[in-house]
Design a protein. Structure first.
Length: 117
């Protein structure tokens, strides 16, 4: 038996995105351990958790609300990537895969949210 969220494509994609964010965070300097690194990991984790929690909602409107929170957290991780690029913590090419995965996830979450409305 599995939970509903485990069968959702956006949940699986959010887990993939979280893996990419963890890998990116591991490349940040130690000085960012309790700032940018921690913030980015918490936001990416929030995406996964909000998708899971929203899937058990009693109504489409409530599930849409949780998906909205997931989207806000996703945007937060993108902003973190901009800061990382601006501070030159990693090469720009290393940001390509997480950024593109984030774009794909954003589009799929938006589509699911629209379908609920």
């Amino acid at each position: 038996m599995s939970y509903k969220f485990e069968r959702l494509e956006i949940y699986q994609l959010a887990l993939d995105y979280l893996d990419l964010i963890y890998a990116l965070a591991d490349r940040l300097p130690r000085s960012e351990e309790y700032n940018l690194r921690s913030q980015m990991i918490r936001a990416a984790t929030s995406i996964v958790l909000n998708i899971a929690e929203g899937s058990t909602s009693q109504s489409d409107a409530e599930q849409s609300r949780f998906l909205g929170m997931a989207l806000r957290s996703l945007i937060e991780t993108v902003a973190c990537q901009h800061i990382i690029e601006r501070r030159k913590y990693v090469d720009t090419i290393e940001l390509k895969e997480p950024y593109e995965c984030g774009q794909k996830l954003f589009a799929k979450v938006q589509a699911m949210r629209r379908a609920l409305e």
